[in-house]
Structures are given as structure tokens and as C-alpha cells.
Design a protein around this ligand. Sequence first.
Ligand code: PLP
Length: 388
Amino acid sequence: MDDDKRFSTNAIHSGTYQADGAVNTPVYLSSTYRLDEERYAGWAAGAQHTLLYARISSVNSEAVAKKIATLEGAEDGEIFSSGMSAISTTLMGLLSRGDHVVASPDVYGGTYGLMVEDLPRFGIEVTMADIRDPASYEAAIQPNTKMLYSESLTNPTLKVCDLEAIAEIAHRHNLISVVDNTFTSPWAIQPISIGHHLVIHSTTKYLNGHSDHIGGVVVGNKELISQIFSKKIHFGGSADPHSCFMLERGIKTLGVRMPTHASNAAELARRLSDHPLIEKVIHPSLPDHPDFDVAQRIMPKGTGMLAFVIKGDDRDAMKFMSRLSIIFEATSLGGVESLIEVPATSSHMFVPPEVRLKSGIDPGFIRLSVGLEDIDDIWSDICTALEE
Ligand SMILES: Cc1ncc(COP(=O)(O)O)c(C=O)c1O
């Protein structure tokens, strides 16, 4: 792809289909396409990247898949209607009865549910290892292991996975390595460049960046992506053209959004660390973060995700949130607006309290997706709500 261009140039130009002199890829609201000789030939060859029918691909999904593949340094990619659709199609597409996958209890809740409730129903075994400890991933490998599954940075406790070590283990054991890179984005780390095979995103988050789209993507080498493509056709989780357009538009500014998300989060982390009503602050830029060294080595640019624990309990955390006026109380992340939640009463409500505690979600734990508002306005919103 566009190897000679830099990140922001690729974010703006790669993949974009400028038909009829339009600067943007127009929205092709067409469920089907005229069959001609070339398309019949593409169909006969497996249909991937052939404009036949919009469940297979559309002008808009092709454009944005190329853009993301370029940003992640991948050969190929497929777009989905949600992050979970990308994850389930990848796992169900590549794993068969009798196969085994190693993952971690810290992966996104929907992924965890799929792994512990659904994969076993189809005869696929899963072992949960410690995302902070690559040796535990290696120790879990069995003769039937086919895949290692990790996340660059976990939700909501912001544990950093040593992706260099996991890639090395995958190669040594000849396993497929899949990374969910949603929390960091290709601006901060490109797992394929350090040896992973597939990268997944919930494009709902940083890639779209404006909280107006639900989508997913998987990128990687041509062979694996073509296997996943054939299952996308069966499972049907394709994205509609308008949603692809919203994603493509959002990605164009990824290279300017991410530095501010990350610097706002790092600055808030520093200020919160000194606040008397705060028990603990978790951000990989803080030297007291347990994975600070790994984060500095593999993702020094950071992330806009931040977590902190207020003095008190979850009820105090809820009261604090209700007093905020700029920061928006809602689940999800990665948008231009700051979003805040208490995981124990929202995204992790159904995780048993003892499991939450074990993974580091203490009483009073708050997750903040730091937006692009002025840092001093976010800070005064937080201070006012804490001190009221
Ligand atoms: C890390 C991660 N992966 C995957 C998903 C699922 O994405 P979606 O909600 O787009 O299906 C999420 C959603 O929050 C997530 O945080």
C-alpha cells in the first residue's frame, strides 16, 4: 500500500475513491451492482473486493478497508457492522471444533462472553491467561492451540500487554496472533509491524472518533483476511455504505485527534494524582503504573483512556458523575467529547464483585475517555464535581 507516505497523509488520502472529481468517497447507496465481465470473473475467483452485492462489499467499505489496512501496515482488511461482528467472525471463521485459543479475562466483556459462553458450544476450547504476563500465555499453549488473542490496552483497568513478547511466542509456536487495538489506535501502535497476524478494531471508538457510528474491522495478511471474508459472507455482519462513509470521514482526522486525546489524558492523570479526594490514578504515562516500562517501550505515544478511583465507594462515584456538566455520562469511548462511566454500574455491572475486585476495579473506580475539549475546562468540571 502507500508505504512511502506518513500517517496523517495516509489517514486522509489512502483508499479514498474520488469518483467524478469528488474529494470524498461518495455514499453509494446501492445494494447491488451491474454485472459485467470483470465482475463475473471476480465472482468466480471468490468475490472478495468485487462489487457485486453490498453484503460482499461496497465502494464505501472497500475505500475505508484500504485506508485502515494502510494505517495498520496490513496487506488487506474487511469492514463489519460492529466491533463484535469483526471479532466473532474472525474467531468463528478461523477456529474449528477441537481447536484451542489462549486469551485473558481482561479482554473486552463481549469478547470474553463469546469466548466462555459461545466458542465452547462449538467445541472450541479457551484458556484464560494473564495479559500482563506473556509467560502465562506460553504456559497455556496445548498441542491443539491455534490462536493467541490479546488487547493492546485493557478495559477499564488499562493493563498494557507486552505485544512484542506475545508476537514472539506466537511465531515460535506457529500460532495465529490476534490483537484488539481499539484502545490505542494505529497512531500509537501497529501490532502487525511487530509480528502479529491480525488486528481488530471496534471502529466505533477512536477510528470514527465522533460517536456517530458503530462498526468494526479486521486487517492482516491476504490469506487470513480472505478466510475471514468468506465467513463474513455467511454470517452477514457487513457494514452499510453510509456507516462506512462516517468511519472514513472520522479517520481522516485521526492523526490530529490522537495527540490531544493522549496529552489531555496524561495531563489530567498528573493533576488528579495530586488531588486530595482521589485515591488512585491509572494511566500508562504515570511512572507508578505497573506497566510503565512496557508502555514506554511499545506505545510511548499513549492513549486518551484514563481511570481513577475516588475516595469513597461506587455510590460516591455516581454522585460525582451526576454533578459533571461538560463530561458526558455514557458508555463507549474514543469520541471528541469526554465520556465517563463507573464500570461497576454500567459496562461491568454483571461481572461478579469479587471478579471485579480481582481485576483491579475497586469501589469508586471511574473510567474516563478523555475528549478534545480544552484541558482547563475538563479539569474545572472535575474539580467542581469533586468538591461540591
Ligand atoms: C476493546 C473493545 N473491543 C471491542 C468492542 C466491541 O465493539 P462494538 O461495540 O463496536 O461491537 C469494544 C466495545 O466497547 C471494545 O471496547
